[in-house]
Every structure is written in C-alpha cells, then in structure tokens.
Design a protein around this ligand. Structure first.
Ligand SMILES: Cc1cc2nc3c(=O)[nH]c(=O)nc-3n(C[C@H](O)[C@H](O)[C@H](O)COP(=O)(O)OP(=O)(O)OC[C@H]3O[C@@H](n4cnc5c(N)ncnc54)[C@H](O)[C@@H]3O)c2cc1C
Length: 529
C-alpha cells in the first residue's frame, strides 16, 4: 500500500492535498477565468456521519478472517476516483456500498473467495488501487456485493535478469514495484498519472497507458505472460517474447476489467534504467503548424519518450506559458547511448513548421528559469489534488480521452470541442473552458485528451457533468473516435462501447464470459452483461 493516510473521499493521501495557500492561489487563478462563480468551500463529511446500511453478507467461517465490514473501509471501496465519485463522496451520498471488503493473502485465498461467491451467486469486484475513473469498481446494482482488494498480493516473486523480465503479483502499487526493481538497475517504465495509487493488476485489467508518448507505453506491450484465476479454473500463459500460436490468451484478459477473472500475477518485460535524457519545449504561433510538427515527429521513426502537445489553454493553465498556437514538450531517453542527435533532428522537424525552441536541457543540467516542461510535469502530478479542491468549490473539472487518425483529426477536434462548448453553454450558462493536449502520438494518429473546467451549481455538478460527458461521448462515437484510449470502459462508457465494438465480437466476448464465469458474479455491468 502507498505510505500515508489515504483520502476516503478524494485523490491520494490526505497529507498531500493542497495547502490553504495553494488552494487560495488556485481559486484566484480560476476566478480570473470564471468571474462571478460562487467559490464556497464544501468540505467532506465524516464517514461515521453517513447513513451506510449494514452488511447483508455473512462469509463462511473459513473465509471470515479475510473479510471485513468496517463502514469506513466499505465506503472507501464503494467507488473510484473520478470527478463524479469525489463529488458524490463530498455530498455524503452513500449508495452502492459493498457489503464486505475481502483481502486475499494468497492465490489460494482468491480461489476460495471466488468459489464461495460463485456458489452463493454473490457479485465480486476485483479492486486494485481503486483509481478507476469509469465506475469500474462501484457495485452499481441492487443486492449485496464483495469488493476483493488485492493489495495483499504485492510481491516481486522472481527476476530474470538475462531476459529482463520479472514475475510480479498483481496487487503491487507503482512505487513499491519500482523500489524493488531499482537496486537491480531495472524498471517497468510504466508511469500512468495515477502511478502512486494504482496497481499492476489494475493496469493490466484496464490496458493502462503510461506517460511515455510513443512505443511501449501501453501495459499490453510490457506483458510477457499472465496468470488469472477464473471461476472455471486458472489460466496461465507461457512466457514468450512473441508467438503466432492463434489468438493470444493474454489479449483476452488484458482490458477484461475484472469481468473474466482475477489477475494474480504476470511476467512483465523490464528495461534498464535510462541514463541519458534530453527534453525541450517548443512554441508555435499557429495550431495547424503545431499539429503538423507533432505529426512529423510521430512519423519520423525517432520515437521520442515524450511528445506532448498542449493547446494554448492547456499551456496557460498547466504550464504557465502564453502561446499562440501550442506548446510541444518533446524528450528522448536511453540506457545505452546519448540521445542528443535524436532531439536535434526532432527540433529540425519542428523548426520546419515554425517551431521555436524555448528550453532545452539534459538530465544533469540545471533547470533553466521558467522551464515550462518542468512546470507542466509538477503540475501534472498535482492536477488530481487541484481537481478535488475545485470540486469542493462547485467547479466541474473533467477529462475525456480518445484517439483518431491524423487524416480526420482537424474535423474530429472541431466536432468534439464544439460539442463540449455547446454542452457547457446549455448546462452551465457558458461559463467554462475546454483544453486539449495529446497524451500519446502514433504514426497514424494522436490520442487527444480534453479537459473541461466549468462553473457548476453545488448539489448539481454531477448531473451537469453527466450531461456534458454524454454530449462529448456522442460526438466521439459519431465521428469515429474511441470512447476511451486508456481510461477503460467500466460502467460509465458502456453505452458508447456497446456501439463501438463489432456485434460478432460482442457475441464472442459474451461466450467467453459464460465459459469463464458461468454464475456471472465477476464485476456485473462492466463490458458485458
Ligand atoms: C488522477 C488519475 C489519473 C489517472 N491517470 C491515468 C493514466 O495516466 N493512464 C491510465 O491508463 N489510467 C489513468 N487513470 C485511470 C486508472 O488509474 C487506471 O485505470 C488504472 O489502471 C487502474 O488501476 P487500479 O489498480 O487503481 O485499479 P482499480 O481502479 O482498482 O480497478 C480498475 C478495474 O480493473 C479491475 N481490476 C483491478 N485489479 C484487478 C485484478 N488484479 N484482476 C482483475 N481485475 C482487476 C477492477 O475490477 C476494475 O474494473 C487515472 C485515474 C486517476 C484518478
């Protein structure tokens, strides 16, 4: 488990929440953009003041030691860490609280818990760090439920330094995993923004995306083999660097979001820790040029570790930079060789589209003053805490992420931002800002990530957010984008995911669910059924 006291209602640790000074500064900045908004602070209730119904489940004696029904514990497992989760917590809405939290300490415990849940027909939700932003861990259905918290399975069981891979239990959190690999000079090199408070099992189950912009950034690419406990038996794939033996068993479980089985361990591909790192920030006067330069770099074969394009609003809010067309943060790293010439070539490509280098630094050089790249990075890690501070003050702070091809990007982007702005007009009387950044870039297209900051009304911000979300999701679905690039489907993206996937595939997935989970107990309502 991460060190420090975890917030039951919001992101991360209580000790890391914004200080009063930081909150005041944030409110002042936001008030400049949204004048007239009521910034009254609505703090969280105490868990003991909430009306949580007693547990309806009585586990068998053999499993009783693994299960608990403490109210605060059940509440902290009731939902993930999306904006709508945080606001419902602040409002003291205690619906859909699991009846028990089960904490397996071994794979056999997982088998025994699934046996009990299958035979009693009790729904069970695998729970890693609970950082889902799509309703993935919330028992949003009638009847009792068990939340299976996998944090007790947190060992690095074996390291194969020759092949550079490790056998790792699924409940390990990001920092603990890197702490164990660091003395060996190795890293998984998977850093989602939620790294500190999410687990390997959660990453695998949601096909998480790390913060590197190209190549092996999705957890899928780092997975050598997986071991999964299903109600129908244990599935373990072979460790192979590659295989053409039919459809991949790992592909069936990657992204299965707790619906087909409980991932207990995986062999993960590791990398040597980088020694050489160079980064630069580049500004553009026109948005078209910024996009063209980013595409040129994405298609160059240079494969930067970072290639993050911020639009002017995003650059201003989160990197403190005023730019006309966009701010591109680009970086390279290697454990094997200096990477300056790669950066030189990327900067040439950017210059060909009017890019002007603002800062350039290598790993050991002192950070120049006003370095927007480092400002953006520290702001990136503080963003979830800032979101919570604004949620307490009736702001709607939400993100939407997707991917599309370069060829259709311009029209797609226009459609999405227009839909978001129209929804903000309708729902919030026009008081709001829409931002965009590329989190990942592929040779054939970007993964745009939209941010929304809008003035809501206390008590209504969840409904207001849901209306904006539905409008944007319709626009994404109607214009060929994916309903999620890396946040997963969960319960919140279901209507659009059901339309996105081909019907024969839906039938095959349903058949897989029936074969692996015949009693239908695993995370009902997510992905299928
Ligand atoms: C502030 C913030 C930033 C985020 N940044 C990113 C980001 O950069 N990239 C990204 O990809 N996502 C991001 N997310 C989303 C979230 O962190 C990811 O989906 C993450 O992979 C979830 O991991 P977790 O351990 O918290 O899983 P949980 O939230 O506990 O569970 C997520 C889903 O996986 C299932 N599950 C969990 N563990 C297992 C297991 N062992 N076996 C089977 N099923 C399991 C659950 O049932 C659920 O359906 C962010 C979320 C927040 C709140």
């Amino acid at each position: 488990m991460p060190a420090g006291e975890r917030s039951w209602w919001g992101w991360g640790n209580t000790a890391e929440a914004l200080t009063a000074e930081e909150s005041d500064a944030l409110v002042a900045r936001t008030a400049a953009v949204l004048p007239g908004h009521d910034f009254t602070d609505h703090g969280p209730p105490r868990p003991s003041d909430l009306d949580v119904p007693p547990s309806r489940l009585d586990p068998p004696a053999a499993l009783a030691a693994l299960c608990g029904d403490d109210v605060a514990d059940r509440l902290s497992h009731a939902r993930g860490k999306a904006f709508r989760d945080v606001v419902r917590n602040l409002l003291g809405r205690a619906e859909h609280v699991p009846d028990l939290v089960a904490r397996p300490r071994s794979e056999q415990d997982v088998v025994d818990l699934l046996d009990w849940c299958s035979s009693s027909g009790t729904p069970v939700i695998p729970y890693g760090g609970g950082s889902s932003v799509v309703g993935g861990v919330e028992p949003r259905f009638e009847g009792p439920a068990v939340s299976m918290d996998l944090a007790g399975l947190d060992a690095v069981l074996e390291v194969d330094t020759v092949s550079r891979a490790a056998r790792i239990q699924a409940g390990i959190f990001g920092p603990a995993l890197e702490d164990r690999l660091r003395p060996l000079g190795l890293t998984l090199r998977h850093f989602p923004q939620s790294f500190a408070h999410s687990t390997l099992g959660g990453w695998l189950a949601t096909r998480a995306g790390g913060h590197f912009a190209t190549l092996a950034t999705h957890i899928d690419d780092l997975t050598e083999s997986m071991r999964v406990v299903t109600p129908a038996g244990i599935s373990e794939s072979r460790r192979l660097p590659g295989s053409g033996a039919g459809p991949s068993p790992d592909r069936m479980f990657l992204g299965s979001e707790g619906t087909l089985g409980v991932i207990t361990e995986a062999w993960m591909r590791l990398q040597d820790r980088p020694v050489w790192q160079v980064t630069a920030s580049i500004t553009f006067e026109s948005q078209e040029d910024a996009i063209a330069a980013t595409r040129a770099i994405a298609q160059s074969g240079l494969h930067p570790s970072n290639c993050r394009l911020l639009d002017p609003a995003e650059a201003f809010i989160n990197a403190g930079a005023s730019v006309g067309g966009g701010l591109l943060l680009v970086g390279f790293e290697s454990a094997d060789h200096p990477v300056d010439i790669w950066l030189d070539r990327a900067l040439e490509l950017a210059a060909g589209h009017g890019g002007v280098v603002k800062t350039r630094r290598s790993k050991d050089s002192a950070r120049p003053d006003g370095d927007s790249a480092s400002t953006w990075r520290s702001s990136f890690l503080r963003m979830p805490y800032q979101r919570d501070a604004l949620a307490r003050r009736s702001l709607i702070v939400e993100t939407f992420e997707t991917a599309c091809t370069w060829e259709g990007f311009e029209e797609f982007h226009h459609t999405i931002t227009s839909a978001a702005r129209a929804a903000i007009d309708e729902v919030c009387g026009g008081a709001g800002v829409v931002t965009c950044r590329f989190t990942h870039v592929y040779p054939d297209g970007p993964a745009p990530y939209y941010g929304i900051y809008a003035a809501g009304r206390w008590g209504s911000t969840v409904g207001q957010r849901d209306e904006i979300k539905a409008a944007v999701s319709e626009a994404i679905a109607g214009h060929g984008g994916t309903i999620t690039h890396h946040h997963a489907v969960g319960r919140d993206h279901r209507p659009w995911y059901d339309r996105q996937r081909p019907d024969p595939f839906a039938a095959a997935l349903t058949a897989a669910k029936t074969a692996l989970d015949p009693a239908g107990i695993l995370n009902p309502g997510v992905l299928i059924r």
